[in-house]
Design a protein around this ligand. Structure first.
Ligand code: PBG
Length: 326
């Protein structure tokens, strides 16, 4: 062959050629919209550290869900912000509690046109802000927490959730939730296990989003950023316990983990582009330092390329709109 030979540049000559030869594509159906519903408000409340994201009222949440359907978004992940919290997070079990009611309302609004997911975790409901209940020493009590997770899961399934997302990183949580679902007749309720969830500074804005009361950190239950192999153990355990889908979280600082998990997982893999990832791009774009749309597209495509089948992102609906027009 004589040189220069203009391979591979000739596959980049124009948009149609680039589109034809693209290895990965985003589709609206790949995207899951995380959404917050807050009890006791009459207007949506903006989340300062997540420009463009709000704590929803029932009405605005229903509109956001209907819009997601219209745009072809794959799913919605619901988080509740209760008006009253206690040490054991009991509001999470009330069938009329903020999250269970939101699941019911959204299900009534969109039926089976959107996959409705509920966060199974106690941090939004406890007055200390931990993902589980505490023992006498203030340590998060794994097995006492599991009992509540099982009940929470049944309450959300009763309310009409298609998928449950246990995000508390308690050992054995998938097994306990699967068993509780079977015993209550919810044999088709899917479990999306937050299998490899890391303790991360990038959760910062989420704390504002759910008015979390947490002082301290979650390092006795969430994974250490220093660990890679351990993610495989977490995924294997969750699969053994019955996970239908697994998740890696956060996404952008953990793309190696995502690639590892995608390579070994026989079930669909999700990645969660979390609040801090959203906030960073929004903040830089607001300053005129990066091109917002380009950065959003590239960040989510990168997560897909690393191995995610589905991506939870606060841009889900907006991004789906862009994908539809392109
Ligand atoms: C726990 C939960 C958290 C997030 C989702 N589920 C917070 C945490 O573990 O500290 C964070 C999501 C985000 O930052 O966007 N219920």
């Amino acid at each position: 062959m004589s040189f220069p030979n203009h391979r591979p540049r000739r596959l980049r000559t124009n948009p149609a050629m680039r589109r034809l030869t693209a290895e990965y594509r985003l589709a609206p159906a790949d995207l899951i919209l995380p959404a917050f519903i807050r009890e006791g408000i009459s207007e949506p409340v903006p989340i300062t550290s997540m420009p463009g994201v709000v704590q929803h009222t029932t009405e605005s949440l229903k509109r956001a869900a209907a819009e997601a359907v219209r745009l072809g978004v794959g799913g919605i992940m619901l988080f509740g912000v209760p008006a009253v919290r206690d040490a054991r997070g009991t509001a999470s079990l009330d069938p009329d509690g903020v999250l269970n009611k939101a699941i019911r309302d959204v299900r009534a609004e969109v039926g089976d046109d959107l996959v409705i997911m509920g966060d199974v975790c106690l941090d939004e409901f406890t007055d200390h802000g931990h993902c589980g209940v505490l023992d006498a020493d203030g340590y998060v009590d794994n097995d006492a927490t599991l009992e509540i997770y099982g009940q929470m899961a049944v309450a959300q399934a009763d309310a009409g959730a298609h998928v449950l997302g246990p995000s508390g990183m308690m050992d054995g949580q998938i097994a306990v939730i699967r068993q509780a679902l079977e015993e209550s007749g919810h044999k088709n309720t899917v479990i999306l296990a937050y299998a490899a969830k890391y303790a991360s500074a990038f959760y910062g804005p989420f704390r504002e989003a759910v008015d979390s009361q947490l002082k301290g950190d979650r390092r006795t239950y969430q994974m250490d950023a220093a660990n890679r192999r351990e993610a495989i153990l977490e995924v294997e355990l969750d699969l053994e316990e019955g996970a239908d889908m697994v998740m890696v979280k956060p996404a952008m600082s953990y793309l190696d983990i995502l690639a590892d998990v995608a390579a070994m997982s026989p079930v669909p893999v999700s990645a969660y582009q979390i609040s801090g990832e959203y906030a960073m791009i929004e903040a830089a774009a607001a300053n005129g330092w990066i091109d917002r749309r380009g950065a959003v597209m590239e960040s989510v495509l990168g997560i897909k390329r690393a191995g995610a089948d589905t991506v939870l992102t606060y841009w889900a609906s907006e991004l789906a709109g862009w994908l539809k027009e392109s």
